[in-house]
Design a protein around this ligand. Structure first.
Ligand SMILES: Nc1ncnc2c1ncn2[C@@H]1O[C@H](COP(=O)(O)OP(=O)(O)OP(=O)(O)O)[C@@H](O)[C@H]1O
Length: 234
């Protein structure tokens, strides 16, 4: 049965130390995301979307609140599970492919725990999933921007993360391609039953991809639409 609270953020507050003291960026943010669902956060530049994703991935300390994934505590002000133990995958706009590695080796990067035949099989499966079955030996610079993003998606999904975070994954692409790719990526994520959280400025992209859409505003409660509410607003 689908877990209705697979990803849980309870009253999360985040801030940065500055020379003037602690500057709060996210205040009292809560959310419950069911397993296999895709949520999207929209919001003006600087309202804290990326900071929130980084906190879920384990790269920002919590000032208040709790983050849980599949019942396991990931972060609280007193505790932080190391990023590599969270089973959280990331696909970020500036999270480029390794230029000196083939497509197959890029995808295999997070699979060193597997023996070679299992690793190769997983890479082949991922290439099929993202529609690039013949590109294993290509170099990243030989691929188009859209193909490179698909390889980045394959790399992020290869270790079977419990949760995938996507931060402006298509922002380097032109409008037609980004909408096309957003649809494709959604289909791939749904097919894989992947729970995911996306951050974007682009409303169309949000509507294409997500079952749950939240509008984040600086210093104000986040308003959610579609399948609402998935979260308790602070
Ligand atoms: N390392 C940092 N130190 C201090 N302040 C930071 C740091 N990183 C981000 N900020 C500030 O925190 C606020 C939120 O930044 P964040 O990148 O989370 O916003 P965002 O909503 O993702 O913006 P964008 O859509 O432009 O990427 C901004 O005012 C930013 O300047």
């Amino acid at each position: 049965m689908t877990n209705p609270a697979f990803l849980e953020l309870e009253h999360v507050s985040l801030g940065y130390e500055t020379p003037q003291g602690l500057r709060m960026v996210v205040n009292d943010f809560s959310l419950q995301l069911p397993q296999g669902h895709i949520a999207c956060l929209l919001g003006a530049s600087g309202c804290g979307k990326s900071t929130l994703l980084r906190a879920i991935a384990g790269f920002e300390p919590l000032r208040a609140g709790l983050i849980r994934l599949n019942g396991q505590a990931l972060s609280s002000p007193q505790y932080s599970l190391p990023p590599e133990r969270r089973q959280v995958g990331m696909m970020f706009q500036d999270y480029a492919l390794f230029p000196h590695l083939s497509v197959a080796n890029n995808i295999a990067f997070g699979l060193s725990h597997l023996v070679k035949p299992a690793r190769q099989a997983r890479v082949a499966h991922m290439l099929e999933l993202v529609g690039l079955p013949d590109s294993a030996n290509a170099w990243p610079h030989e691929l188009s921007g859209g193909q490179q993003q698909r390889v980045a998606l394959a790399r992020a999904l290869a270790p079977s993360p419990a949760l995938l975070l996507l931060d402006e994954p298509f922002s380097n692409l032109d409008t037609d391609l980004r909408e096309h790719l957003a649809q494709e990526v959604k289909d791939i994520l749904r097919q894989a039953g992947q729970t995911a959280m996306l951050v974007t400025h682009n409303q169309r992209e949000a509507h294409i991809m997500a079952q749950h859409i939240g509008f984040m505003q600086p210093g104000q409660a986040t308003v959610w639409q579609r399948n609402q509410p998935i979260l308790d607003i602070g």
